[in-house]
Ligand binder design. Structure first.
Ligand code: COD
Ligand code: ATP
Length: 235
């Protein structure tokens, strides 16, 4: 299975690109933001861990986490953000791993992991190619403010809580420049989909493929059975 990493900055257009990959090209996408949202749902283990750290002050009257309030706390203070990352990181990582495994078992040929913190968490080591959705800094800030109704300070805090988009761009295998129109972005997506669905498998992808692992396991079981039968017969 080819596991493609999709990342970028906050509001750079990852969801826009991943929606196009899913709906336009039929590629399955594992969405880390969606998993993170589920991990904070009321009374889940993630919710309980976060509540222990941040206290009941981050709750809405109905007991759900006030995401805006928690966001304002963690994006204004790196130490608080680290606490949240430590509480939710393992829960998110476990769910993602499980999702990848399900796709591997089902024989999915190409899977996209949409992970905002792909580089920051080191997950880029397990994905290839790594696709970075890039926009210039002014456009990123404008789109973030327009989408989430944030003040400029709130938007800057959120942007600065991640590695810069230019740094991510340097580390990318493929860059999608989403500073222009959606049509221009769609053209780039089509070119990249063509590349990832037709490129031959690397040796790492072949070693991890379901068929290869299946064959190794089958040979191991068969030789162990043979060995047992032969040693019984000789005894
Ligand atoms: C702080 C929270 C409650 C704010 O919720 P809110 O609805 O305002 O934002 P949302 O979840 O839609 O995230 C928007 C974007 O913020 C950025 N972001 C989210 N968490 C982090 C983080 N810990 N560090 C840096 N950037 C982050 C991402 O680019 C993400 O796409 C929420 O972001 C959260 O629970 N974050 C921790 C989980 C996490 O690390 N998510 C990223 C998955 S890799
Ligand atoms: N090419 C584009 N032209 C105009 N607006 C765009 C373009 N691409 C995305 N947008 C808008 O910019 C905003 C941010 O895009 P999107 O939500 O896809 O970013 P994201 O990287 O997934 O954000 P986050 O990191 O917060 O999850 C959205 O309101 C989206 O509609």
């Amino acid at each position: 299975m080819r596991v493609v990493g999709l990342t970028g900055g906050i509001a750079s257009g990852k969801s826009t690109v991943s929606k196009e990959l899913r709906d336009g090209s039929g590629l399955p996408v594992v969405d880390a933001d969606k998993i993170a949202r589920a991990a904070l749902r009321k009374n889940t283990p993630g919710y309980k861990r976060v509540l222990k750290i941040f206290g009941k002050g981050i709750l809405l009257p109905d007991g759900n986490v006030d995401r805006e309030k928690l966001g304002n706390i963690v994006f204004a203070d790196p130490a608080q953000r680290k606490l949240l990352d430590r509480a939710l990181g393992p829960v998110i990582a476990r769910t993602m791993l499980w999702d990848v495994l399900k796709h591997w078992i089902a024989g999915t040929p190409v899977l996209v992991l949409d992970v905002p913190l792909l580089f920051e968490t080191g997950m880029d080591r397990y994905t290839s190619p790594v696709v970075v959705v890039w926009v210039d800094a002014d456009t990123e800030e404008e789109r973030l403010i327009a989408r989430d109704g944030l003040s400029q300070e709130q938007a800057r805090n959120r942007i600065n809580s991640q590695r810069s988009l230019d740094w991510k761009r340097e580390k990318a295998d493929i860059v999608i420049d989403n500073s222009g129109s959606l049509e221009l972005t769609q053209q780039q997506i089509q070119e990249f989909v063509e590349k990832i669905t037709t490129a031959p498998l690397s040796w790492k992808e072949m070693l991890c493929s379901r068929n290869f692992v299946g064959s190794v396991v089958a040979v191991a079981i068969a030789s162990s059975l043979c060995w047992r039968l032969c040693s019984k017969r000789d005894a």
